[in-house]
Design a protein around this ligand. Structure first.
Ligand code: S3P
Length: 429
């Protein structure tokens, strides 16, 4: 399917973001492992989150949705089905975290996914889980499907070769069911929703930070206690509106109830550094996660360099930052972001090829891209390339282009934000 987005519109209004996808996956999975019920408000209608729920149900965990949309997980039972097939769909977080969860709980299963997920690297979790004693067979060079056979695990001390919250979480989840202590070390800090939520659920998570690294540890056998929680709005969804407000003349948007965990706010830091005006209002806390309302306005922008420890704090926002960079004065350089090549699409290639069609001066590099702005964009035909964030980034680019832009296969936004195009329409006048 395709959608046409016109440039030259006005952008104004307020919006509540759908619940954070990363937090939602964890709320379901940790709820499944908990004693008592986990009551979750604000779970997003994302297809990825539905994949996690489907896999947990296949494993025998109980998940019910009440009439008001509240989701209730578990009552201490479940997790008895063995040898079942878990279909993670398009969701890397589901596949990787569930591998840690099932290995840690001695649940035999096969984890598979769609064609895109079958092309994404799984060795990053298979290797540490095998070090813990897990029996996992993988297709080809560490790809899905993964078959996990129940074995006893032993805690490990693991230094991650890439900054990845999915790897950290998979190992910690396995560690909860292993004997002894499991420690994960990271040089650049990745999102810490696992640590925050485990603590809120009564698990002792120890954190040691030196100038060189951060080490997170859990002890096997720890009990999780179900809690009632409200999932904060997804800053990775808000990012598309923050970016749009930054580049559409006279725009002003208020985004309510957005999660502003510092491990995720790289987008705000970078937009501010580029000259955007973002005000953080009503800062508060929800289940240990910081939440706020964000007000974004259009401003004069300049190019900057983005790399190093900042990358994990905005990894999912880099495609839309390329769009913002196209409207900024001077050069924007993104480096140290090779991880982008291993997402739902090769996001360096798909961002560059689409933005070139719209008239952006952008050059691909092995670990990122360089944008020379400001560029005059003209509407063109682009393709979401099976990637929800590329679909939404192209919609933002279309707003800054003259004429109309057609986004082919735009409906892939259902992966994280099914209401994106209707929300965008509500804000444009
Ligand atoms: C996620 C972590 C990130 C991110 C993904 C969600 C998570 O992936 O890109 O969208 O929920 O832990 P990596 O940990 O692989 O970088």
């Amino acid at each position: 399917m395709e959608i046409t987005i016109d440039g030259g519109v006005k952008l104004r209004g307020q919006l509540r973001m759908p619940g954070d996808k990363s937090i939602a996956h964890r709320a379901l999975m940790f709820g499944a492992l908990a004693e008592g019920r986990q009551i979750i408000h604000g779970l997003p209608g994302s297809a990825d989150v539905a994949s996690t729920a489907r896999c947990l149900s296949a494993l025998g965990f109980e998940i019910t949705t009440r009439a008001d949309g509240t989701v209730v997980v578990g009552n201490g039972g479940g997790g008895v089905a063995t040898g079942c097939l878990l279909d993670a769909g398009n969701s890397g977080t589901s596949a990787r975290l569930l591998a840690g969860l099932t290995a840690g709980r001695r649940l035999s299963c096969t984890i598979d996914g769609d064609d895109s997920l079958r092309r994404r690297p799984m060795n990053r979790i298979v290797a540490p889980l095998r070090l813990m004693g897990a029996s996992i067979s993988a297709a080809g060079d560490g790809m899905l499907p993964l078959t996990i056979d129940a074995t006893d695990l032993t805690g490990i001390d693991y230094r991650m070769p890439v900054a990845s919250a999915q790897v950290k979480s998979a190992v910690l989840l396995a560690g909860l069911g292993a004997s002894g202590v499991t420690t994960v070390r990271e040089t650049d800090v990745s999102r810490n929703h696992t640590e925050v939520m485990l603590r809120a659920m009564g698990v002792d998570v120890s954190l040691e930070t030196t100038t060189r690294e951060t080490a997170v540890s859990v002890t096997g056998g720890a009990n999780l206690v179900g809690v009632e929680m409200d999932v904060p709005g997804d800053i990775s969804s808000a990012a598309f509106f923050l970016a749009a407000a930054a580049i559409v003349p006279k725009a002003e948007l208020r985004l309510q109830h957005v999660g502003v965990n510092p491990t995720r706010t790289g987008i705000i830091s970078v937009l501010e550094q580029m000259g955007a005006t973002i005000t953080v209002e009503n800062a508060r806390e929800s289940g240990g996660e910081p939440v706020a309302d964000l007000v974004a306005r259009c401003s004069k922008l300049k190019g900057i360099e983005i790399g190093g420890a900042l990358i994990p704090r905005l990894i999912d926002e880099l495609p839309v930052l390329a769009v913002v960079a196209s409207q900024a004065e001077g050069e924007t350089i993104v480096r140290d972001a090779t991880e982008l090549r291993h997402k739902e699409s090769d996001r360096i290639a798909t961002t560059v090829s689409n933005l070139v069609r719209l008239g952006v001066d952008i050059t691909e590099r092995p670990d990122g891209f360089v944008v020379k702005g400001p560029c005059r964009l003209s509407g063109a035909r682009v393709d979401a390339c099976g990637d929800h964030r590329i679909s939404m980034a192209m919609a933002v680019a279309a707003l800054a282009a003259s004429g109309s832009t057609v986004i082919e296969n735009y409906e892939v936004v259902t992966i994280s934000y099914p209401e994106f195009f209707s929300d965008l329409e509500r804000l444009t006048v």
